[in-house]
Write a protein that binds this ligand. Structure first.
Ligand code: NAG
Ligand code: NAG
Length: 344
């Protein structure tokens, strides 16, 4: 081959392979059926997206073949069922500019935040059923006033904020079946939706949960249902939660230590110049400072959260125990009154 043709070959080869952006989602683009709303032109995710097991990762590329005369702008629904997804995908709105519906079912989502949903002001449909979501916090749907269909069936919901649904004037279907604090579904019936919301207000406010570093840890124990039989398992649950928190503190510390070790190793392996040495030293110093400040603030916050939860729990345990004692005393008194009556 002549030098010129080699260069052309490299350019052609590279434009096909070297520069192609890896696809995070592979879609089957087609008309598919969705609960309540029926057929929609959608992306049905086919691969197990690695990206969705990494927190905050942005989608780089989405691929797939379209039906005749359709393009990515015609896609209104996105569905990724059973794909091992741990974090809400970030950047969908860049690819699907007309997205109205999102379904991420049978996955491993632990939470849903308003920041996840902020890019979709026109979202009418959200189904996150069969995940591990425990809490729907007030404000989570603040940016999605157009929502008509919401489903969280088969999640692990223990807490629903009192005003979570307040701004959703168009909500006509609400699936909260098979959760911990609520087991109800309403389909295209605003009265039934309102009934569920009212029930959730009463039933979904007593479970214990703790926000730790913005992540929610819930206890699947209802603090109002403590009795002499389950008080032990309740205490065990609190203990487990504390262990989890301690582990999280520990892994945070070791990640910092790892970074410092790495920097030190780097210094050891390479013959560094005096300038490098100085910058390395500065880096280590900065890290140490960061560690000191961050750790202190962070741990203070964790300890405070933990203490608040602990106090709440202990209060409700005390309340329950004194209630039980009172009931016992009432019983004894009733027996005494009866005995006295009999003697008389
Ligand atoms: C939402 O819908 C309105 C009206 O149809 C449109 O003008 C706007 O661009 C949409 N916004 C997004 C983010 O899709
Ligand atoms: C809507 O729900 C209410 C309350 O559950 C029920 O009484 C009513 O029959 C439902 N309406 C329809 C049309 O199904």
């Amino acid at each position: 081959m002549e030098p010129n043709s080699i260069i052309i070959f490299i350019i052609v080869f590279c434009s096909i392979f070297c520069l192609s952006i890896p696809a995070d989602f592979e879609c089957d683009f087609k008309l598919a059926n969705f609960w309540v709303v029926g057929q929609k032109y959608s992306c049905e995710v086919m691969n197990n997206p690695q990206i969705s097991t990494v927190e905050s990762a942005l989608i780089r590329n989405i691929i797939g073949d379209h039906e005749d005369s359709k393009s990515i702008d015609d896609v209104t629904f996105f569905r990724a069922d059973n794909k091992g997804i741990e974090y809400f995908p970030r950047g969908l709105e860049k690819f699907f500019i007309n997205l109205q519906g999102i379904v991420i079912g049978v996955n491993k989502l632990k939470e849903i935040r308003s920041s996840d949903l902020k890019p979709f002001p026109n979202l009418t449909y959200l189904n996150l059923g069969e995940n591990l979501i425990q809490v729907l916090e007030d404000g989570v749907f603040d940016y999605n006033p157009e929502l008509e269909v919401l489903a969280f069936w088969g999640d692990k919901i223990i807490h629903i904020g009192e005003h979570v649904f307040s701004n959703l004037q168009k909500l006509t279907s609400l699936g909260l079946g098979n959760n911990v604090c609520i087991v109800l579904i309403a389909e295209q019936n605003t009265t039934a939706v309102q009934n569920i919301i009212n029930k959730a207000r009463i039933q979904c406010k007593n479970y214990v949960f703790l926000k730790l570093d913005g992540k929610i840890k819930g206890l699947e124990s209802d603090a109002t249902n403590i009795n002499h039989r389950n008080v032990q398992s309740f205490k065990q649950n609190i203990y487990n939660l504390e262990c989890e928190i301690r582990n999280s503190k520990f892994s945070f510390l070791s990640s910092f230590q790892e970074r410092i070790q790495k920097l030190k190793a780097q210094k050891f392996e390479t013959k560094v110049t005096a300038q490098d040495d100085k910058s390395l030293l500065n880096e280590v110093r900065t890290l140490h400072n960061e560690l000191k400040i961050n750790t202190f603030e962070r741990f203070q916050k964790i300890d405070k959260d933990l203490e608040t939860t602990r106090i709440d729990i202990l209060k409700s345990i005390d309340l329950k125990i004194s209630e039980l004692e009172k009931r016992l005393l009432d019983k004894i008194e009733a027996v005494l009154v009866k005995s006295v009556a009999r003697i008389n």
